[in-house]
Structure formats: structure tokens, C-alpha cells
Design a protein around this ligand. Structure first.
Ligand SMILES: [Ca+2]
Length: 505
């Protein structure tokens, strides 16, 4: 066989070698200058990912309660795009955050409630988690505070996808030990989480677990040593119960000025099917009312929210002062809402507006326009595909079920889905359009509310024949696959976060 045609003459071999070295040099210079020169068009943006726990629409920007004071979040919203009709995938920490971190709907994964295991769910466990996705794409991934559901992170996921975690990969929340109280337990320590109150006057926000998390995030941003591109997650735990905050935040909401929720109505459950009560229901409101603690408990929620707002202001200011500010996407979200008495609940765990509506703000250089809002129905499930899109990364194939919100950032009038879905438990769904909320439970019973006339969802229209067509259209938006619930874990025995008073008063 003649191989001569494969032989290269010596002279042209030398030329080829020179060409090869030139290409190699060009490649080395090209790749090493990336990440150092912010003018490089293909430089990946950093991500600042801020999570808040149990914060409903009692914020300045969502106008759910005029008593709320959240100027820093309001200011952040004015710098980018506010999603005013955003909802959670599920109204509980575990399934909501699992959906955010995997991009998979609860009805696809079977992860429906807080007790649903993450790693023993093959669909979730085999997915590329959001931090892993960034890590696999060359990002430095750091997190602190509550980003996943506590049990999922500390006992199951254990820092998967994170290069570093604060306080550690098996402890998401800083210790509550720095907190001291001079007030009594409001309900006598009757339920672990049904507790609230101001910290001892000597305790500043720096001793608070959320203050500690915020300080860690600020230090990361201002330290100037973060390897770029980075994904930095800061998870704020309040206003999740127990609602503890330094005294100064309680002082901002004098008890005598506290109003009961505008959306509360005594006979509100009379036209609601019984199926709702099968969903996780706690007896706290009854107890709170019996002991005259309704207004103090609302005061505590508002105080904790104000503290959260201050901390977010601090983190955002740290970013603005840092060298990363022009090339960092900010996404702020709360994992679901919370009912402070409406429909006889002191809880999340429902498919009503107050429990599903969330705060979601995006500031994305080159994509968002300052001061824009959209009322199109959106979901926390959309965060993962949106981050992938904004960072110019190929999402994991066939995994993500949310939508790319950058479409709305670039054109608020772009065509968009008419509805978004929240799931709580197997085959219980809430569908939100720009106007209606439709709820259907596993047993087929329904609710329908018209938000154009009924902001507080007082009047259930599901039985009204005039709305049969509306209902039919909304029903078509329900998932077609209903994955059976996955394996559950046994939650650890709850403990009081502040000690029982020694003397009986
Ligand atoms: Ca939560």
C-alpha cells in the first residue's frame, strides 16, 4: 500500500509547526484573558441568588399589606424587573425549593410535601441541581444560610454542587445561640415554631442567624477574592417562624397600631370544599386568638420582615460597592407565602393566593430595564432556566420544566403562558391566570376566584354555571402526569429554640 501521499515534506512540516504554535499561543492568550477583562463579550455573568423564607406579599412592592416596610427590596425592584404575579411551585419549603433547585415540577418528581425525601427520589437525585449545573459550567459556587429545605440540605444533599458552604455542608443555618430574650414565650412554649418576640435589647442583628449569613455574603462580595464567574447564594431564614428579631425592629411597628389582616373574614370557609382541611393544617391560629396574641404575632412577622429587608439592603449595597457589580445577575425570591389568619390559618400549606404568591425580583445587566414590572403569571420553577439562559449556558437536556423569564425581561409584551400552576400534595392543584385562581383537589372538588372583583378570594364561584367555560379553560392547564408521592423521611424531633422559662409566671 502506498502511504506517500500521507508524508509531509520537511519544509512544510516546519511551517505547520509554526502555525500550530501560533494557534496555541492565540488560544492560551484568549482563554487566560477571559475573566480578567470585563470587556470580553463572552465573559460569563456572576449570579447573586438571594432566598427568603416564608415571605408573603406583605412587602412594599407587592402591596399585600400597607403596614409592611420593605424599602430596600422596593429599591432593588426599581433597579430591574419585578414579577407581580409570581407563584411558588409548592407552598412549603421542601417541595418549593426542590422544584427551584431541580427545575422539575412536584407533579413530575413526586416531591410534594416537606417530608418527601430528596435523595431517595430517583427523579430529583438524578437531576443536575442548580448549584451543580453552575459548578459543571466552570463557576465557583458558594452558599450560605437556607437555600434548600433544611433536612434536604443537612441530611441528604450535604452541599452537593457547592465549592463552599457557610456554616458548613451539613449545617445550613448559623446557630441561634447568640440570641437572648427578655420576653416570655407567647404561647408558653406549646409548639416549637409557634414562638416570636424581640431579642434582649443588647442583641444586635449581627448575633442573629440571618445577620450572620448576610455578613458572610457581604464579606465574600467585598473580600475581592471570589473566583469568577461565581454563583453566590445567600439564604435568609426569616420571616419563617419562630419570628425572632432585635428589639429595634419591633419598635418600628407599635403594637397599638397593628391591624388584623384585611383579607380576614369570619365566614370565609363556608363556601370552600372540605378537601382543603386535609392539607397540612395547624391549630396555631386558634391558640393565638385564644391567648390574645394575634396582633403581637403579626407585629413579629412585620418586624422580622423589616429585618430581612435591612439585611438584603446590606447585601445589595455590598455588591454595588464590589468590583463585580456590573457583571452580576441578582435574583431575589421568597419560597412561598404565608397566611396570618386568613381562612383560619396561621401557616403556608394551602393553594390560596396568600400562600402561593411570592416575591421575585431580577436585576440582570443587559436584560432587565430598571423600573419594569410584569403581571404575567410566572413561577419559581422559571428561575433555573432563566439563569441558564442569562448565563448563556446549555440547560441539562430534558430536565427543566419552567420558562425562560429573560424573554419577558427583554420584551414585557412578549407572548407568554396564560397561567401558572402550584401543587400541594398528590393531585391538588392551584392554577393562576392574570385574572382567576382555580383550585382542584384530589377528590375533584373545586374553587374559583375572580381577582378582578375579589382580591381576598372570599367568594368561591366554582358552582356558578356562568363560569363553567372559565373553569374548563383553566382545567386544561393542569399537569397531565401525576407522579405518585415519593419516599418520605421521619423528621427529627422538634426542639425549642429558646429555653423554657425557669419560673412559672
Ligand atoms: Ca418556607
Amino acid at each position: 500500500m502506498d502511504f506517500n501521499h500521507l508524508l509531509v515534506p520537511k519544509a512544510s512540516m516546519k511551517q505547520n509547526m509554526n502555525l500550530f504554535l501560533a494557534v496555541l499561543l492565540w488560544y492560551i492568550v484568549g482563554t487566560t484573558s477571559q475573566g480578567q477583562d470585563s470587556d470580553q463579550p463572552d465573559e460569563k455573568p456572576n449570579v447573586l441568588f438571594i432566598a427568603i423564607d416564608d415571605l408573603n406579599d406583605w412587602t412594599d412592592m407587592l402591596k399585600g399589606n400597607p403596614q409592611a416596610k420593605t424599602p430596600h427590596m422596593d429599591k432593588l425592584a426599581s433597579k430591574g424587573m419585578l414579577f407581580t404575579n409570581a407563584h411558588c411551585a409548592a407552598p412549603a419549603c421542601g417541595p418549593s425549593r426542590s422544584a427551584i433547585m431541580s427545575g422539575i415540577r412536584p407533579s413530575t418528581s413526586g416531591n410534594y410535601i416537606n417530608k418527601s425525601s430528596f435523595i431517595h427520589n430517583p427523579i430529583l437525585n438524578n437531576s443536575v441541581l442548580l448549584p451543580e449545573f453552575f459548578q459543571q459550567n466552570g463557576y465557583y459556587v458558594a452558599g450560605g444560610g437556607k437555600l434548600f429545605h433544611g433536612y434536604h440540605f443537612n441530611e441528604e444533599v450535604k452541599g452537593r454542587g457547592f465549592d463552599e458552604y457557610f456554616p458548613s455542608k451539613t449545617q445550613d443555618l448559623p446557630s441561634f445561640e447568640g440570641l437572648k430574650f427578655s420576653s416570655k414565650l407567647p404561647l408558653g412554649g406549646w409548639a416549637r415554631q409557634a414562638d416570636w418576640g424581640p431579642c434582649h435589647p443588647d442583641v444586635t442583628v449581627d448575633y442573629h442567624p440571618d445577620g450572620i449569613t448576610a455578613n458572610w455574603a457581604k464579606k465574600k462580595l467585598l473580600g475581592g477574592e471570589l473566583q469568577e464567574p461565581f454563583f453566590l447564594g445567600a439564604g435568609i431564614f426569616q420571616p419563617h417562624l419562630p419570628n425572632y428579631a432585635p428589639q429595634e425592629y419591633f419598635d418600628r411597628f407599635p403594637l397599638e397600631e397593628i391591624e388584623l389582616p384585611e383579607g380576614y373574614r369570619e365566614d370565609d370557609l363556608e363556601d370552600v370544599p372540605a378537601a382543603h382541611s386535609k392539607m397540612a393544617h395547624n391549630p396555631w391560629l386558634q391558640r393565638i386568638r385564644k391567648t390574645g396574641q394575634w396582633k403581637p404575632a403579626i407585629q413579629a412577622y412585620l418586624a422580622c420582615t423589616a429585618m430581612v429587608d435591612d439585611l438584603i439592603g446590606q447585601i445589595v449595597r455590598a455588591l454595588e460597592k464590589s468590583k463585580y457589580t456590573d457583571n452580576t445577575i441578582i435574583v431575589l425570591w421568597s419560597d412561598h407565602g404565608f397566611q396570618l389568619g386568613e381562612k383560619e390559618r396561621w401557616a403556608k400549606y394551602s393553594l390560596w393566593e396568600r400562600a402561593t404568591r411570592v416575591n421575585m425580583i431580577w436585576v440582570a445587566p443587559g436584560a432587565t430595564t430598571p423600573g419594569t414590572t410584569t403581571a404575567k403569571p410566572t413561577n419559581l420553577l422559571d428561575i433555573y432556566p432563566t439563569l441558564a439562559s442569562l448565563a448563556g449556558l446549555e440547560p441539562p437536556e430534558g430536565q427543566l420544566e419552567g420558562k425562560d423569564l429573560s424573554v419577558l425581561m427583554k420584551n414585557p409584551n412578549a407572548s407568554w403562558d396564560d397561567t401558572t400552576v402550584t401543587t400541594f400534595g398528590y393531585k391538588n392543584y392551584g392554577v393562576r391566570s392574570d385574572r382567576y385562581r382555580y383550585i382542584v383537589y384530589e377528590d375533584g372538588t373545586e374553587e374559583l376566584y375572580d381577582h378582578n372583583k375579589d382580591r381576598w378570594e372570599w367568594k368561591n364561584l366554582a358552582e356558578n354555571p356562568e363560569y363553567a367555560e372559565v373553569k374548563e379553560e383553566l382545567r386544561e392547564e393542569l399537569p397531565t402526569h401525576h407522579e405518585p408521592p415519593g419516599i418520605t423521611y421521619v423528621p427529627p424531633k422538634p426542639k425549642l429554640l429558646r429555653p423554657q422559662p425557669k419560673s412559672k409566671e
